[in-house]
Design a protein around this ligand. Structure first.
Ligand code: PAF
Length: 281
C-alpha cells in the first residue's frame, strides 16, 4: 500500500487505474481504525478493483469544545491494518493542505434540514464540516464508489443527499454497524471509556432493542422513548436524544409510518456514544 499526502499523486494514480478500465472505491476515515473500518474496506473491495482510503481528522466537523486535539491519532497501526485489509492507496492530507486559508474563509457545503437536527442540533456545524470534507475528498479521489458505516446513520443520509443534490457521479454504499459481542457499536470513541463505563455502554443498544419491541407491540412512541430514557439514566447514561423517525427521511414518525429508525446519543461521563436501529412496525 502506498501512502501519500499529495493531491496530484492521488489523482494520477486513480487516473491510471481508470485508464485501464478499473473501478475505484473510496473509504474516508478519521483514523484510529477498528474492525468496523476494516469491514468498510472489505465492502469496498467487493465493489471495485482498487481501494483508496483516507485518514484526516477534519477540524471543520469538530465543535469548539469537542475532542479535536485529543482525538486518537494512530497512523502507523492504521497503515498496517489498511495494508493487511488490501487497501491500495492511503491519502493522509494535512489540515494546511485541505484548508490553506483556514476554516473562516473556506467555501462549504451544507445539506439543509437534516443537518440541523439530532446530532446536528447537539453539534452545530458538524454536518457542514462532514459534507464539505467529503465533497473535497470526492473531488480529489474521484471514486466510482464510496463506502460509509451505517452507525453514523444521519451522516450517511447527509452524504446521500449531497451526492444526489449536487449530481456527484458516485455510488454510495452503507455498511452494517460492526459490534462487540456485547452489542456495543464499535467506535473510535469507545477508547475513552473507563473499565466500568465499558460494562454499562452495551446497554445503549439493549435499550434500542427494547424500545423497538415496545413500539412493535403497540406502545406509543413518546411513552416508549420516555421509558428508554429513564432506564438509560438509571444505569448512568446522560441521554442527549432518543428519537424515532421515518427511516428514509428522518421526518417525525406518525402513526401510519412503518419503516422507522431509532436514533440515540447519550453521554457516559464525557464520552458521547451514538447508535441507531432500523425496524418495521
Ligand atoms: O465518519 C467519519 O469518520 C467522518 O465523519 C468522515 C466521513 C471521514 C468525514 O471526516
Amino acid at each position: 500500500m502506498k501512502t501519500t499526502a499529495n493531491i496530484e499523486q492521488v489523482r494520477s494514480q486513480v487516473n491510471a487505474w481508470k485508464m485501464q478500465g478499473k473501478k475505484v472505491a473510496f473509504v474516508p476515515t478519521m483514523g484510529n481504525l477498528h474492525k468496523g473500518h476494516i469491514s468498510l474496506i472489505e465492502q469496498a473491495k467487493q465493489h471495485a478493483d482498487h481501494v483508496v482510503a483516507s485518514i484526516f481528522v477534519n477540524p471543520m466537523q469538530f465543535g469548539a469544545n469537542e475532542d479535536l486535539d485529543s482525538y486518537p491519532r494512530t497512523l502507523a497501526d492504521d497503515q498496517t491494518a489498511l495494508d493487511a485489509a488490501g487497501t491500495d492507496l492511503l491519502f493522509t492530507p494535512t489540515p494546511e493542505l485541505m484548508y490553506p486559508k483556514g476554516l473562516e474563509q473556506q467555501t462549504f457545503v451544507e445539506v439543509p434540514l437534516i443537518s440541523n437536527q439530532l446530532c446536528g442540533a447537539s453539534r452545530p456545524g458538524h454536518f457542514r464540516g462532514v459534507a464539505t470534507i467529503v465533497c473535497k475528498l470526492f473531488n480529489i479521489v474521484q471514486p466510482d464508489v464510496a463506502v460509509f458505516g451505517r452507525k453514523d446513520y444521519q451522516q450517511l443520509l447527509v452524504i446521500n443527499t449531497m451526492v444526489h443534490d449536487l449530481s456527484l457521479p458516485i455510488e454510495i454504499i452503507g455498511v452494517e454497524t460492526a459490534r462487540e459481542g456485547s452489542g456495543l457499536a464499535l467506535s473510535s470513541r469507545n477508547g475513552y471509556l473507563t473499565a466500568k463505563q465499558k460494562t454499562i455502554a452495551p446497554m445503549l443498544k439493549q435499550s434500542l432493542d427494547q424500545l423497538a419491541l415496545a413500539i412493535q407491540q403497540g406502545d406509543e412512541i413518546a411513552h416508549a422513548i420516555a421509558v428508554a430514557e429513564q432506564s438509560l439514566t438509571e444505569v448512568g447514561f446522560k441521554p442527549d436524544y432518543i428519537e424515532v423517525r421515518q427511516a428514509q427521511t428522518l421526518a417525525y414518525a406518525n402513526a401510519t409510518d412503518s419503516q422507522l429508525v431509532i436514533l440515540a446519543a447519550a453521554y457516559l461521563g464525557t464520552t458521547r456514544l451514538i447508535d441507531n436501529l432500523v425496524f418495521h412496525r
